[in-house]
Design a protein around this ligand. Sequence first.
Ligand code: ARG
Ligand code: ZN
Length: 868
Amino acid sequence: VEIRLEDYTPPDFLIDTVDLTFDLSPSQTHVRSQMKIHRNGVHDRALVLNGEHMTLLSVQVDGRALTENQYVLTETTLTIFDVPDQAHVVIENRIDPASNTALEGLYQSAGNFCTQCEPEGFRRITYFIDRPDVLSRYTVTLIAEADLYPILLSNGNPVAAEKCVDGKHMARWVDPHPKPSYLFALVAGNLTRITDEFVTQSGKTVELGIYVEAHNADRCDHAMASLKHAMRWDEQVYGREYDLDVFNIVAVDDFNMGAMENKGLNVFNSRYVLAKPDTATDGDYAGIESVVAHEYFHNWSGNRVTCRDWFQLSLKEGFTVFRDQEFSADMGSRAVKRIADVNLLRQVQFAEDAGPQAHPVQPKAYREINNFYTSTVYNKGAEVVRMLRNLLGADTFRQGTDLYFDRFDGQAVTIEDFVSCMAEVSDLDLAEFRQWYDVAGTPKLLVRDEYLEGQYILNIDQMVPESAKGHPYMLPFGFALFDEAGQPVLLDGKAEHILIVEQLSQSWTFSIEKNHADLLVPSLNRGFTAPVEVQYDYSDEALGVLSRADTDAFNRWDAFQRRIQRCLLGRIRMAMDVGSVGEDALPEDLSKAFGQLLLEAAQDPMFVAECIALPSENYLADQFDHDTPVEWIHHERARLRQQLAAEWESTLQLIYQSHDQDGVYRFESRAAGQRQLRRQVLSYLCSLKRSAWTQLAKEQFERADNMTESFNALVALNVSDSAEFEHVLTAFEARWRHDPLVMDKWFALQAQRSDENALARVQGLMEHPTFSIKNPNRVRALIGSFARINPLRFHDSSGSGYQWLADRIIELDAMNPQIAARMASVFNTWKRFDGNRAALMRAALKKIHDRPDCSADLAEITGKALGH
Ligand code: ARG
Ligand code: ZN
């Protein structure tokens, strides 16, 4: 069934309080729920509760047990007739956490109990009105065997704990803040607690706890530090203070997503908690910092003010991603963070928006809401909030968020409510801005300019997606002008403007100071102020000016990337025409710009590392709308890397050596930048396949005292294609085989190897003792990496990759439909391949789709991909 936004109606009943008692045991957990409910509207309506995958034991209304003719039970609902306007409902049911492989509701991970309720998992725990606009006060009592499950946690504050008879113990938690069921959580297990505290700006002490398996106790420092930074930042930047006596984080190994913001009890995928220098890379450290902050920030943007329905998902996710992006920018390098975020947006969200799963930031209909935790809702949603910030300015935006938190505290609201606050505090008419939430697709801006006697004229035409029906977008557009020498040219006396674009065709006239007879180079959409594609007819020379001299670091990076992309796409198209890899020399301007960037390595290593990273094969593939030439993309990209390496070999070597660090590993901006630069540089060198550089990489691996440097060496050795690679892989495995999170790196790297053995190797690795198809992290590392980041071998023209993946997806669907559905999205692009591949991909999709027992999650994705 399809759920539509326009069909929203308020709930018939509200649940004021719920008192839950869990008697936990792996395959027979007993749940007792006592609810105080009241009617919220129309008389005579029956009380309909959601409930799935469980056994109903008894129902009572106002103290009377119901007989079977007083309610109706289906696979998904419990309907109770003749309920008074105010009632006390008591339900008892039984669930089976041990056989819950979908990882939704109450399940077990490493023998411990944990929950995941967002979006609709609570209905697998007990019968309830499982929708986000029903806010209730929760009391939770946990009972479990004391020796197996010494730790008993739930939302809110702990109020009681005692020993019971027969070796059990109990704990009771009360959450004073009304919340929707998706924010419920419980954890019971044998866990170690890492403790710290935080004093809020008003002087309240909050007890912080991170719970992990005992052997991971030494890997929590970074997550704890990140949490404290996030708590302080939200006070300073948004004026938001924490509101309970305790804040707990639990790390679990089996988790479908990244983490979950349950009130006062965040549950995390262990990969976003656990880190120490010898097991985690800089990338892992950065991921932990941002996810810990993201979940913490939800305490206000999501929990205190929540969503009316799931069409409003971006209300909390887009806003919270924007908040975590800005937090990370403040913790590290702002420019580099922006580059990373835009890179992700372009690679994932733009692709999603151009394919069969395209949907607005506020979707209008869905079959399975789990399929809408997407890059569009999260990342494009964050860009839309960023545009509001840029349109209003930081101070007015803060007034807007203050108003929003204040006005809607304790309520379940809509995206419209958020935008209205922004309109109210500013003098902007945001009616047209709404289109960003309502229309799928990436708008294109066609930019032209003209210079006439002291005047500079800028023209912007919008090409809007079809569903915008010719309506223009409203967006902020950062703009500046440079001359040939890279000097800023003042426009109406100012070096930089933020234009408000709001018409289909618009032009601006600026007076410019002196006469510029020569080249004038516009810097467009500076800082990526709007999530659009900008088309402007840059000469190679103009891109050279920007990549050398633009005062906006993001646009410097972008200009150089555009230059590289132009070179690569030209070469790839030529290879397609000719039927073989090209032999043309490295373009001189590109080589020069590359060399110039290398000169800046000492100044800003991380920025230079980002600049010289070549666009991914997938991103290049996205630039083709038919006959995507996977082989030529791969080979031409490799050839350009080799040419650049050969040309700049000695400089690269020098950079590699001068950024070697002594002293202990620290996750800190400059040091991480140096490591990232060494990674890039070493990979360039290793692409030359010379034993000197292979040796260098091998030495790095052997000497490294941290995972970043040792894994980067592995990456470079993979590029070098040398026999050393196998040895080092074996050494890595021998050291880490008992550490699944580390082994994920090992699985992922091998899944990306581009040699002809790739698929067979992946098949072999599925038998590895550390691999398990039940664990989402393992699946993403091995199966996901092969399907997503090994285009050359996944798209093998025999169709072997497609068929193999289809069978894995079918296997996964029986256990974990959410993960199966995520994997299936690699087939979205089938129409962009040649006839043979397209037919094979389509056949794989059909095989997955045309099964009577295909899950709703998976069927929605494959159905859309097939064009149903
Ligand atoms: N709200 C969580 C976050 O953004 C994501 C949980 C989504 N879970 C799911 N099964 N769809 O941090
Ligand atoms: Zn979130």
